[in-house]
Design a protein around this ligand. Structure first.
Ligand code: SF4
Ligand code: SF4
Length: 448
């Protein structure tokens, strides 16, 4: 490989007329980072203090400005696509989009990082086991929810039969180097929330909404799905949960597998169109951000562009729907303190920051105390806690310290990945702080 990357802060690159430049690998035409986007960056640096990896390293290349410079350098033929500095930085970025939310030039950074990763995977898909792992996760497992449920049922048996304690105590997990992965696995729900055409009606319904049951949500946070149905009913919506829906594709697209993500997206679009529902409701921030961007995923596909854009226009996070003032008051009190951890894909990608706090303040007795750096990523970021364990743990510890400094008994959030990371980090510290979805707390306050 022509290793032309020089790890300076600005990644100053060799002259493109240089003979070595002839051998540099660049972007292929489809799904490439757009020059119209990276050229919007005026290098002002206003995004640096929002970037979690920059806050941890104080290194230019570990911040958005440096990464955009790298993406542009590959686009302009000055840096090799597979140069270690480029590949490492595309991997170290969380894709949290905090930079995008504060950028005065409107640099759509999320699109840049996702397409840059897709280009790397296309040119270097890895060895056999890496390719098999990607196929198994993104196409086989997440491609059909029933396969995911079959694996989840085995995991539930492992977690509840005593095997888990045995494996942890006997050192088997350490031997197989699976300790960390096992610790981050979600606790599987007693009963799944399977999309099978359920219809939850209310009299005088305002609208019929399609509930996205999710992939991880329906097997590990099934009670949050059920609480979401109850809260939507209380707000006057009829809720349908049609079969045919599936994973949103966010995990695939974030990992550079855009075609796998689009295959999943097509199924969700078709399921929604068949349902005749007015809105498509989601209760996981990462999924919501992806579903709202289907229009962008299919922008270059004349057969799907219009359908995808129409679909995305109907997607809402349940939090934004419930915060529109239609919920009746409740007098059930929860006498506890809560702090809110902002999921990146709710705060930065969807720009929903006020609504979750407004809903928590609706609960009588519940006292909301703000933590420092609420909007700094907790280090979960899809599969980032598996691919970049060191940075993920640093950010996880930073988040837990900020949360515990508030003295709150509950950490509220709105994304399964954040909840998993927070629980794992709290368990490591032996802390008994509860982690709950905003909708769970609201449902408790409205239950009779
Ligand atoms: S804030 Fe925007 S324009 Fe300024 S350096 Fe960051 S990405 Fe570039
Ligand atoms: S997406 Fe997040 S981690 Fe990546 S450059 Fe932007 S702020 Fe930093």
């Amino acid at each position: 490989m022509s290793s032309t990357y020089r790890s300076t802060s600005e990644a100053k690159i060799s002259n493109s007329n240089d003979a070595t430049a002839q051998a540099l690998r660049g972007y292929s035409n489809s799904d490439a980072p757009s020059d119209a986007i990276y050229n919007r960056c005026v290098r002002c640096g206003l995004c640096l203090s929002s970037c979690p990896t920059y806050l941890e390293t104080l290194t230019e290349t570990s911040g958005p400005r440096g990464r955009i410079s790298l993406i542009k350098s590959v686009g302009e033929g000055q840096l090799d696509l597979l140069s270690p500095g480029f590949v490492d930085q595309m991997s170290e970025c969380l894709g949290c989009r905090a930079c995008e939310a504060v950028c005065p030039s409107g640099v759509h950074y999320g699109q840049l990082i996702e397409t840059a990763r897709a280009q790397i995977v296309r040119v270097d898909p890895g060895g056999f086991w890496e390719r098999f792992g990607r196929w198994f996760a993104f196409r086989f497992l997440f491609g059909r929810l029933r396969r995911l449920r079959a694996v989840a049922a085995m995991l539930r048996f492992y977690q509840r039969s005593g095997l888990q304690q045995f494996a942890r105590r006997c050192g088997l997990l350490r031997l197989l180097k699976l300790e960390r992965t096992e610790r981050l696995a979600p606790a599987i729900s007693s009963s799944f929330f399977v999309p099978s055409g359920q219809r939850f009606t209310v009299s005088g319904s305002r609208a019929t909404v399609f509930l996205h049951a999710g992939c991880i949500m329906h097997i590990a946070y099934a009670d949050v799905d059920r609480a979401t149905v109850r809260m939507l009913n209380r707000a006057g919506f009829t809720v349908v949960v049609p079969p045919g829906q599936g994973c949103c594709g966010a995990l695939s697209v974030h990992a550079g597998e855009r075609d796998a993500g689009r295959a999943l997206a097509r199924r969700n679009i078709e399921a929604f169109e068949r349902s005749g529902a007015d809105l498509y409701i989601v209760n996981a921030a990462g999924c919501g951000a992806a579903l709202k961007e289907y229009g962008e995923w299919f922008a270059d596909d004349p057969r799907w562009a219009q359908r995808a854009a129409a679909f995305s226009a109907k997607v809402r996070d349940v939090i934004e729907v419930l915060a529109d003032g239609q919920l009746p008051a409740t007098d059930r009190r929860i006498e506890e303190t809560v702090t809110y951890q902002e999921p990146c894909h709710l705060a930065h990608a969807q720009r929903i920051a006020h609504a979750p706090r407004a809903l928590l303040r609706l609960v009588p007795g519940l006292q909301l105390v703000e933590m420092a750096e609420s909007s700094v990523c907790c280090g979960s970021a899809g599969i980032y806690n598996l691919t970049e364990p060191e940075m993920s743990e640093r950010l996880g510890r930073r988040k837990i310290e900020n949360a515990r400094a508030t003295g709150a008994q509950i950490i509220a959030t709105a994304n399964p990945g954040c909840a998993l990371q927070l629980r794992a980090m709290l368990a490591e510290n032996g802390a008994a702080t509860r982690v709950a979805h905003v909708i769970e707390l609201l449902d408790e306050a409205y239950s009779s």
